[in-house]
Design a binder for this molecule. Structure first.
Ligand code: GUN
Ligand code: ZN
Length: 465
């Protein structure tokens, strides 16, 4: 296949900005006039235009001007069948699931309904600049077939799996452990590693899982050790009390998953709002990841995730950002960054010692601050590392899959362009410092309207109307 290339202003990350406090630029790679060369969906060359272009005289070049091009965004935690219950009123997690979520998710057992919902889901991902997601589905086989078919049709790198629940759930929506095991295995054999699909063994959460269901997960992981594991953890206080009542031989929430050998690399626990220091340490020791879902944690009133604790360099936990749509009320990870920044600021009211002077922890409060580079690192390379997919996506390294997003810093609500004009004069060449300011403006002042184009495997998959 012929070489194609994109010319524009590129930013990606070569390291974790939290490792470079005071000099986060050292974690970035920036080409104000760059060229990204693609063949068969894979990046084959990348660098300054003047250097790279003579090596590819025959490449067909698309020019993208006045945009910042970043690797495609990675959503570490999202729910396919909640696309339509986005913005449900009035409940915290457990009653919200019963009242709004289970009845809607049940409809995805119908193929035609599942196809319609799944199309909306993927269209919204691309319009938000999200090219990869780790998704919950339902416990129904048809819904999962439709998910993998649509992901394949769009050639997107997706992680997902049959989402099992057999406790605290209406009978019409419950799995049995045997059916969960059998249907998961059918899907694994058909879809894991087919095209860009990856499979996650997906027990919905400890509160909804019997010992037998968790044992089925353990058996699947033993049979297919390279699979992902995706679940929820320590999201809401009522949920946690319920988990410890259901699994009374475990002394904390993580212990429930540890008992079945599920916690290790490729394990993601969504939320983790109420994780203890000891649980954070065990996440870190085992190479397991947390998906930080700030929009959801605020929307459902779950609590304030301790990002600065998770990123303690002594016990660094892998972190992705998840919209948790529809627990989160937006599809756009840009909105998650906005909420994540505010969560950090709120946490710091405690950590700065102004409430309890003895709890002052200035190092942790510094880590809570979601700068633009930290934020977009989490959506790209950091998210990929946390999900163990950084060999495929998350940066512009040669050999990676060519998924990327072009952001327009002047788009969004009416306030955005004038705000941006304070940061950058039209016509001036962009510097890395200005890019940092513009990206912070995009995450705090704009929304998915800043997403101008989204490219998947070297092809334009979305262009804003
Ligand atoms: N815990 C179990 N299921 C869910 C879900 O659908 N959304 C959220 N936010 N938490 C959950
Ligand atoms: Zn969730």
């Amino acid at each position: 296949m012929a070489e194609t290339a994109v010319r524009g202003t590129f930013l990606d990350f070569i390291d974790d900005p939290w490792k470079h406090v005071g000099d986060e630029a050292a974690a970035t790679r920036f080409h104000v006039d760059g060229l990204l060369v693609v063949e068969d969906g894979i990046i084959t060359d990348f660098g300054p235009y003047a250097e790279v272009s003579p090596r590819h005289p025959d490449a067909v070049v698309t020019e993208i001007t006045d945009r910042i091009i970043l690797p495609g965004f990675i959503d570490g935690h999202i729910h396919l069948p909640q696309t339509r219950v986005l913005g449900a009123y009035g409940e915290q997690l457990l009653p919200w699931l019963q009242k709004w979520v289970f009845p809607e998710e049940h409809r995805y057992a119908d193929r035609a309904y599942a196809e319609e919902g799944t199309k909306h889901f993927f269209d919204n991902l691309l319009a938000s600049g999200t090219t990869t997601a780790q998704a919950f589905t339902t416990g129904n086989l048809t819904c999962n077939e439709v998910f993998f078919e649509e992901a394949s049709r769009r050639n997107m790198r997706m992680i997902g799996g049959l989402t099992g629940i057999d406790r605290h759930v209406p009978d019409y929506f419950a799995n049995t452990p045997e059916q969960f095991y059998d249907d998961s295995k059918t899907l694994i054999e058909k879809w894991h590693g087919t095209g860009r699909n990856l499979y996650a063994i997906t027990p919905r959460f400890g509160f909804g899982a019997s010992n037998e269901l968790l044992a089925a997960c353990q058996k699947l992981k033993l049979e297919f050790p390279d699979l992902w594991i995706n679940t929820h953890i320590s999201e809401n206080p009522a949920e946690i009390h319920g988990v410890l009542a259901l699994h009374d031989d475990c002394h904390d929430y993580l212990g429930v998953y540890e008992k079945y050998d599920l916690v290790g690399p490729k394990f993601t626990g969504g939320h983790g709002v109420w994780l203890s220091d000891d649980e954070f340490r065990r996440f870190s020791d085992k190479g397991a990841a947390v998906a930080f879902c700030p929009s959801s944690n605020l929307y459902l009133g779950s609590g304030l995730f301790r990002l600065g604790k998770a990123l303690d360099p002594e016990h660094r936990v892998l972190v992705s950002v998840g919209t948790d749509m529809g627990g989160g009320n937006r599809f756009s990870l840009l909105n998650s960054l906005e909420d994540g920044y505010k969560v950090g600021m709120l946490n710091n009211t405690i950590l700065d010692g102004s409430i309890v002077p003895s709890e002052q922890n200035l190092a942790e409060s510094e880590r809570n601050k979601l700068s633009a580079f930290r934020a977009f690192y989490l959506l790209t390379r950091g998210g990929a590392e946390s999900l163990y997919i950084d060999e495929f996506v998350g940066s512009f390294d040669i050999g990676k899959e060519a998924d990327f997003v072009a952001l327009d810093w002047t788009a969004g609500p009416p306030a955005a362009p004038w705000h941006a004009s304070l940061l950058h004069e039209d016509g001036d060449e962009l510097t890395l410092e200005t890019v940092s300011d513009l990206l912070f403006g995009i995450m705090m002042v704009s929304d998915e309207r800043a997403v101008d184009e989204t490219w998947v495997a070297g092809e334009r998959a979305y262009k804003k109307a």
